[in-house]
Design a protein around this ligand. Structure first.
Ligand code: GLN
Length: 279
């Protein structure tokens, strides 16, 4: 029977054609198969796999080779040091979105109560991270998709979060006129003709969470137009957007009456989040 080291070598070579991180993917999938962590793989490189383990591993590898993202195979992805359940009904959490969290945390007052709404919450990473980091806040999390909302609720339960209310809503449609200190969203923002939609991991993610009409701006436009009716004076609107949408998003914020508009760059130096204040 082949040992850990040799299957990892073979798997890494095979995945090199379809993944940017073949070795990591192979290790994560072997951990999933063996129900062990990566330290185990390093500690026991000569340990032989049982026939069933080998078969199960190659099955995962086949799926990965055909494009299924690792997060949909393992069913989890880490975000802001917490594990989140993910399925193909929700977008896979991205490191880029941690910028949105950082910016929200600089705004949320340390002790005073505040109200936050996360629109299009998906797996719930934004709402849950903010609710966990700021237990004195009241968070509302919405999604149009009931399946996504169910996953977000499971994630909230797993992290023992009690300060989130979940609402099925198409953006603000089902939200009763409430005023929030902070309105935040990672909406779909990829233009329908963008080739990335038919490449790599994106092919397996829900299109409704990725694609937006009007060059990717339709949903951000709805948010900028509707947010003023739901925001408290001095409150903030923060949205994640595409690397090339800074000007367009700033214009939408300006046209809808926001002030102190600023765009912030992600870890790779790309404009990624725009923030505006309601004065
Ligand atoms: N940042 C994601 C990507 O380009 C898109 C996420 C989104 O549309 N909200 O892969």
């Amino acid at each position: 029977m082949p040992c850990i080291k040799s299957v990892l070598n073979d798997a890494t070579k095979i995945l090199a054609n379809c993944s940017d991180s073949p070795q990591l993917d192979a290790e994560v999938l072997l951990c999933l198969t063996l129900k062990k962590d990566r330290t185990y793989l390093r500690t026991w490189p000569d340990k032989e796999l049982e026939a069933e383990q080998e078969a199960a591993f190659w099955e995962y590898l086949n799926k990965r080779q055909q494009g299924t993202p690792v997060a949909y195979l393992t069913g989890t992805r880490e975000f802001w040091s917490r594990d989140f359940l993910v399925t193909p009904d929700v977008l896979i959490p991205r490191a880029d979105t941690e910028l949105l969290i950082e910016l929200c945390l600089t705004i949320i007052p340390a002790n005073a109560p505040s109200s936050i709404i996360d629109l299009g919450t998906g797996s719930g990473i934004i709402a849950i991270t903010l609710a966990a980091e700021c237990p004195h806040t009241e968070v509302t999390a919405t999604d149009y998709s009931l399946t996504a909302l169910h996953i977000a609720q499971l994630n909230a339960k797993q992290h023992n979060i009690n300060n989130i209310q979940f609402v099925q809503s198409d953006w603000f449609n089902e939200i009763t006129p409430t005023h929030y200190h902070l309105i935040v969203s990672n909406p779909p923002y990829i233009a329908p003709d963008d080739q990335h939609l038919i490449q790599g991991d994106l092919r397996f993610e829900p299109l409704s969470a990725l694609r937006s009409d009007e060059q990717g701006l339709r949903d951000i436009k709805i948010l900028a137009e509707t947010a003023p009716r739901y925001i408290l004076p001095q409150g903030y609107l923060l949205v994640e957007h595409g690397y090339n949408q800074q000007q367009a998003v700033q214009t939408l914020f300006k046209e809808n009456g926001f002030s102190h508009i600023q765009t912030f760059t992600d870890l790779s130096g790309q404009p990624r989040v725009t923030r505006g204040q309601w004065l």
